[in-house]
Design a protein around this ligand. Structure first.
Ligand code: 13P
Length: 253
């Protein structure tokens, strides 16, 4: 069975200056015969410049977080409306670095997802277990609970994706085995179908955590893997393009 169009999104995290826009432009220039959908999510400071630099290309720009409120006295925060105004069309929400570092709960992530929808942004909602949770045999239950708690009912029929990012695989070079990835992705799909009915079959379920050109072909071919959320390897155009090509089996290799 052929897979729907995959989404390959780069999460630059707190990396990148104006000079790094050349990497984003090199990604856009390298997208010949690419069938995957591609996005880059830089720091908020770079969104407007990157959107301008990538105008007319097929690379979308996304944010890495947003506040749930549309405006107000929230020093240092960014609203979904501001991301959209700067040229973003997607936003990563509930990343484990925010869940762990800023105490973001499922309920807060769900409120941010509502904000993204309100602003017309496509949310990429992250979930994933810690090493302790995996070793205790709790990975499927933890991830299922995060999906239920982080996805508001308003998502039904809207464009969004879920990103499974095992915390222990992020930035470590470690990845789950392909059957382990498939187990979690199938469990996420079952929860989506339970929550949203047939509409729950549409959103791609991305894998994230130490994706690189050398493992991307196998990971992206796995059952229920509908794309990738890439950290470190998205910072260099050559590596990111290698992953994008792995997710574009009908395009050039
Ligand atoms: P790495 O690809 O650097 O492991 O990061 C994954 C990630 O957190 C993407 O959101």
């Amino acid at each position: 069975m052929t897979k729907p169009q995959p989404l390959i999104a780069g999460n630059w995290k707190m990396n990148g200056l104006a000079a790094s826009l050349s990497e984003a432009k090199a990604v856009a220039a390298g997208l010949t015969e690419i069938t995957a959908r591609v996005a880059i999510c830089p720091s908020a400071t770079l969104i407007a410049q990157m959107a301008l630099a990538l105008k007319g290309t097929s690379v979308a720009v996304g944010g890495q977080d947003c506040r749930a409120e549309a405006s107000g006295a929230f020093t240092g925060d960014v609203a979904a409306e501001q991301l959209a105004d700067a040229g973003a069309s997607l936003v990563i929400l509930g990343h484990s670095e925010r869940r762990a570092g800023y105490g973001e709960t499922d309920a807060l992530v769900a409120a941010k997802v509502e904000a993204a929808l309100r602003a017309g942004l496509e949310p990429i909602v992250c979930v994933g277990e810690t090493l302790e949770q995996r070793e205790a045999g709790e990975a499927l239950a933890v991830v299922a609970a995060q999906v239920r708690g982080s996805l508001p009912a308003g998502l039904s029929g809207r464009a969004y994706s879920v990103a499974y990012e095992p915390v222990w695989a992020i930035g470590t070079g470690l990845t789950p085995t392909t059957p382990e990835i498939e187990d979690v992705h199938r469990a996420i799909r079952a929860v989506l179908v339970d929550m949203f009915g047939e509409a729950g079959r549409a959103p791609p379920i991305l894998y994230g955590g130490s994706v690189k050109p050398s493992n991307a072909v196998e990971i992206l071919a796995a059952d229920e893997v509908g794309g990738a959320l890439v950290g470190g390897a998205s910072l260099k155009a050559e590596d990111f393009l290698g992953i994008i090509r792995a997710g574009s089996p009908n395009g050039s290799r």
